[in-house]
Design a protein around this ligand. Structure first.
Ligand SMILES: [Zn+2]
Length: 381
């Protein structure tokens, strides 16, 4: 099936890519989107916080509320000379669209918009509410984006019942994987205190590298849990370690180390913190430890929304998707805790955050059809 170069979803994706919205910049993307939604009867609210642009838009006043969520920001291009074409000048070659944000996730945004335009035109008196929650800070610190908008909505008692996140969830073919949750992410900044000295007089020093090494070996080898039906096992990774003065004859006085834990619903933050403290204490490490929780694990048990998404995919590509919780965290972590069912469905993620980021044009068009079908299944009368 040939795809026309003037397909509305392709054109809108290209228009958004031309705006170099490197996080937390929005570069007018939300203005373009607001204009499109307003034209089909949406009520638009802009919610800027600090440098971050956010948009909350709704069509309807009743529940259930079905929300599309996503972000306009993109990660930096990396070395421009490694790109075959200008990352902010979208180019279609052999049925593939290239540009920063092509997959993560300007094509997803465009697909939501065009799907919604068709749906509200065909079903002006649909059930419930269709909403959009969009931000320009998903790739950055994610403090003034979805998290803040959710706080405003919670304070107003405005509830999201179903949320489709347009993040690129697919792996090999469009719709082969949808995400129904994500692992949690817990980071630690460990400082091991020792006593600096001459390597020839170790009894006058206290080497923090030696002190922490057995504990690290245990942490690195540990089986934290076996995961469960929907989650991979919890993993621990050291991301940085530094000690020493640079001189070969000096015992360092201090060691600094960073680690990250991606954890399943078998764990809690408190349980992980206790386990790590227990191991460090048992090895008599003298340390201080700072924690940072970047996301709790979330999970949507298979229900109405995932059923509709699976059916929409099956109808469009004749394949059943796998329901997964793998990959990094997403803004779904701010939406799911309010009780919303959250499902992520988007294009293939093989090229995201890389040079020559790209998406198949046919997939962009098909994704719009899937989103439209989800609205029909959930909200058509
Ligand atoms: Zn993304």
């Amino acid at each position: 099936m040939p795809t026309a170069a003037d397909d509305p979803t392709l054109l809108l994706t290209q228009e958004l890519i031309r705006r170099p919205s490197v996080s937390p910049e929005d570069q007018g993307c939300l203005q373009v989107i607001a204009g499109r939604l307003e034209a089909v009867g949406f009520h638009i609210e802009r919610m800027p916080f600090g440098p971050v642009e956010n948009l909350w838009a709704r069509h309807g006043t009743q529940r259930p509320l079905l929300c599309f969520a996503g972000h306009t920001d993109v990660v930096p291009t990396g070395p421009r000379e490694e790109w075959a074409t200008d990352p902010f000048q979208p180019v279609v070659r052999d049925g593939v669209l290239y540009g920063r944000g092509a997959a993560d996730m300007k094509s997803g945004l465009a697909a939501m918009i065009t799907a919604t335009e068709r749906f509200v035109t065909n079903h002006p008196h649909h059930k419930g509410t269709i909403a959009f929650l969009l931000t320009s800070d998903e790739e950055g610190p994610s403090v003034d984006g979805t998290r803040r908008v959710m706080e405003v909505l919670e304070a107003r008692n405005e509830k999201i019942d179903y949320c489709v996140v347009g993040e690129p969830s697919s792996t090999d073919t469009l719709g082969d994987i949808i995400k129904i949750g994500r692992r949690g992410s817990l980071s630690g900044k460990l400082t091991v205190h020792g006593v600096q000295g001459h390597v020839a007089y170790p009894h006058l020093a206290d080497n923090p590298v030696h002190a922490v090494a057995p504990a690290l070996a245990e942490l690195a080898a540990r089986t934290w849990d076996k995961g469960n039906e929907f989650f991979q096992p919890t993993t621990f990774q050291i991301s940085n370690i530094i000690a020493g003065t640079g001189a070969p004859n000096v015992v360092p006085g201090e060691l600094k180390l960073r680690f990250n834990i991606r954890f399943s619903t078998e764990q809690t933050v408190e349980k992980l913190q206790q386990t790590i403290a227990e191991i460090l204490n048992r090895h008599k490490v003298n340390y201080t430890l700072e924690w940072f929780v970047s996301g709790l694990p979330f999970f949507t048990a298979p229900g109405e929304l995932s059923k509709a998404v699976v059916q929409a995919i099956q109808e469009k590509v004749r394949r059943a998707p796998q329901l997964s919780t793998t990959g990094g965290t997403s803004d779904g972590r701010f939406i799911a805790p309010t009780g919303a069912q959250v499902v992520e469905l988007g294009v293939i993620n093989a090229s995201i955050h890389k040079v020559n980021e790209n998406v198949r044009v046919d997939d962009v068009v098909a994704l719009s059809g899937m989103y439209e079908r989800v609205m029909e299944l959930m909200l058509a009368r």
